[in-house]
Ligand binder design. Structure first.
Ligand code: HEC
Ligand code: HEC
Ligand code: HEC
Ligand code: HEC
Ligand code: HEC
Length: 489
């Protein structure tokens, strides 16, 4: 009875508080904005979000030694015209808090609240004002925005559902604004600027963006922040209940890995492999009437004898590679053998430590943005780029199989004139590196990058592309991998 009375009185107080301040939890005091800006504050109640984020490239963005080296070099090369252009995305809180102008940027001088892309930065966005170059505006308040409806009150922060954060309902604007870079004319002198990273723009052309049906409409978060299969709590706090599809992965694996000691390196590497292995494939076109595809690798008499390799992306929501496509090196390695197991043709056999473009391989099938300075010389750095010859796997723009654009694959022809009847076996795979040695070597030569970083850039083998064509297993009518094993080893 006394309890009930107390409860009723409490309710009464709450109702008054609510009418005055619009909502119940607003009445309670919360942690200060400064406390909330430190990711360690969130660890107390969101330990799993924290652990995953701590190993992500978002946490690493301002530590990344290649980033720090490029920014330093860029300031010198442009007489500081670069300013805070790079740090605005890689250390956005440091810029917000007025801790750097970008010119003498040193991550070691920053407190944890200003390093990388923090919890507070993403969860305090109140508005997106641009489709590129980080047009995110923060509220600088004590409210954490997310995709949860009816979040339980807690002593640390106010909560607010915001569609910009809800990957099931938004249009990728929040992620997209940073994952799209146009280097302004004021930096590179190119009228209108140069679109060096275009992930958001690419995504907008895909059916994942244009088809609004649930399950087909997939945003950045829809693919890169999947919910856990097993329902779980999203906060370790009294009274919090399990939410089905509540927890969104906060690892954001892509291509890059930490090149210096950093948390969660093995977990990141495993997640990169998980997402990368199935993302592209050496595979034939889907037959019009259904069934398994035939092709992928073919040996045909055309052009005096040729091998063809058909490469396609699978469930990638933009081009492949995307983003830092000027730095990525993705290439196809093809080796053909005769009946004595002697190599009779090869392309893309790239030794460790060497860039694929340095092979002088006339048949190289390489996917990346070829960037040049205005004068025509090869450009390795953002601020030097005048023009881009983009050679990437195209994004999927339609899911209508009768639309000719449904096929967004790329097929490469390798000349093996006169050898088409001698080939017994062909192995193929796609290999990838996040960075070109040429750019690293320039940074090492100018004293901006520690030489040991060069050895730490891994070469990734994309498992979904490993294929073996054999004369015995081909379809003799077409010369292609037969549809039953599709050249799977
Ligand atoms: C004292 C515990 C506590 C701390 C510290 C804390 N949170 Fe929360 N947070 C919660 C609880 C409880 C919920 C509600 C969970 C629910 O309803 O399932 C929540 C919900 C959220 C939501 C969802 C909001 C929505 O409406 O979608 C976000 C985002 C969030 N927290 C981010 C953060 C961040 C970032 C930090 C660090 C700055 C942080 N939290 C610190 C307890 C905490
Ligand atoms: C339909 C699913 C899907 C959607 C939608 C999607 N992605 Fe991806 N993304 C992928 C896959 C698959 C990969 C390749 C796997 C990997 O890199 O580990 C990838 C790779 C990436 C990479 C690394 C690319 C590189 O070559 O450096 C970035 C960055 C990225 N995505 C960001 C985004 C952003 C930002 C959006 C929204 C504008 C987005 N993605 C939308 C599936 C998707
Ligand atoms: C790159 C931006 C970004 C960063 C950095 C980030 N988050 Fe999130 N977080 C999101 C988005 C987007 C969602 C909502 C996903 C949805 O609902 O579709 C989310 C959701 C959440 C939620 C609600 C539960 C859930 O999983 O949906 C919590 C809690 C949360 N984040 C905590 C954190 C904490 C703690 C950190 C730092 C350790 C952090 N986030 C860093 C983007 C970010
Ligand atoms: C403040 C700008 C910013 C926002 C907002 C942002 N990102 Fe990023 N993101 C970056 C930067 C910078 C990096 C690269 C850091 C590095 O490698 O040095 C990155 C890295 C990534 C990677 C890994 C790429 C790789 O090659 O390994 C993925 C995937 C990714 N982001 C997805 C997302 C998604 C999904 C969202 C939205 C929920 C998002 N990002 C929001 C700036 C941002
Ligand atoms: C609009 C936001 C934005 C700006 C501005 C920006 N970056 Fe980034 N940066 C990103 C994102 C997003 C990624 C991840 C792209 C991906 O993985 O494909 C990234 C990745 C990187 C990486 C790691 C990937 C790689 O190998 O290239 C480096 C290094 C880097 N940026 C350096 C710079 C430098 C130097 C500048 C300034 C000249 C700069 N960035 C400006 C958003 C930005």
């Amino acid at each position: 009875m006394r309890f009930a009375m107390k409860y009723l009185m409490w309710m009464h107080v709450m109702i008054i508080a609510c009418t005055l301040a619009a909502c119940g939890d607003d009445a309670a005091p919360k942690y200060t904005v400064e406390q909330l800006q430190d990711p360690a504050t969130c660890m107390e109640c969101h330990p799993k979000h924290y652990q995953q984020w701590s190993g992500s490239m978002h946490a690493y963005a301002s530590e990344d030694p290649v980033f720090v080296a490029m920014n330093r070099r860029g300031q010198r090369d442009t007489n500081n015209k670069l300013g805070d252009f790079c740090v605005k995305c890689h250390a956005p809180m440091a810029v917000q808090l007025g801790l750097t102008n970008g010119i003498d940027f040193d991550p070691a001088a920053l407190p944890p609240s200003a390093k990388g892309i923090t919890c507070y930065f993403c969860h305090n966005v109140k508005e997106v004002t641009s489709t590129h170059d980080n047009g995110l505006v923060l509220a600088m308040d004590q409210t954490m925005r997310g995709g949860l409806e009816g979040a339980l009150d807690n002593p640390a922060h106010h909560s607010k559902y915001d569609v910009l954060m809800d990957s099931d309902r938004n249009e990728s604007e929040m992620c997209g604004s940073c994952h799209d870079i146009v280097v302004p004319e004021a930096i590179n002198g190119v009228p209108g600027g140069v679109a060096v990273e275009r992930t958001f723009a690419e995504w907008q052309t895909t059916f994942f963006a244009t088809d609004k049906r649930p399950g087909i409409h997939l945003t950045c978060g829809g693919c890169h922040m999947q919910t856990s299969a097993v329902p779980e709590v999203v906060a370790d706090f009294e009274g919090v209940e399990v939410r089905p599809f509540g927890f969104h992965e906060h690892m954001w694996p892509g291509i890059d890995q930490a090149l210096t000691p950093f948390p969660e390196i093995d977990a990141q590497a495993a997640a990169i492999k998980r997402d990368l292995d199935p993302s592209i494939s050496i595979i034939g076109p889907n037959p019009a009437g259904g069934g398994s595809p035939e092709g992928g690798i073919c040996v045909t008499p055309e052009n005096g004898g040729q091998i063809t390799v058909r490469l396609d992306s699978v469930n990638v929501g933009h081009a492949f590679p995307s983003g830092a496509a000027q730095d990525r090196r993705v290439w196809v390695e093809v080796i053909a053998y005769d009946a004595t197991n002697a190599i009779i043709f090869q392309s893309g056999v790239v030794p460790d430590g060497k860039d694929p473009e340095d092979l002088n391989d006339p048949n190289l099938f390489g996917l990346w943005d070829r960037t040049t300075k205005t004068g025509g010389a090869v450009a390795h750095f953002f601020w030097e780029i005048g023009t881009i010859d983009s050679q990437l796997l195209r994004p999927p723009v339609t899911n209508d199989p009768t639309d000719p654009r449904a096929d967004h694959s790329t097929t490469k022809q390798y000349p093996i004139v006169g050898l088409q009847n001698t080939v017994e076996r062909i192995t193929a795979r796609v290999r990838m590196r996040a960075l070109p040695f040429a750019a690293l070597d320039e940074l090492i030569a100018s004293g901006d990058l520690a030489p040991e970083i060069r050895e730490r850039v891994p070469t990734l083998d994309i498992l979904g592309t490993q294929r073996v064509w054999t004369r015995a297993n081909r379809n003799p009518a077409t010369g292609c991998c037969n549809k039953f094993d599709g050249c799977r080893p």
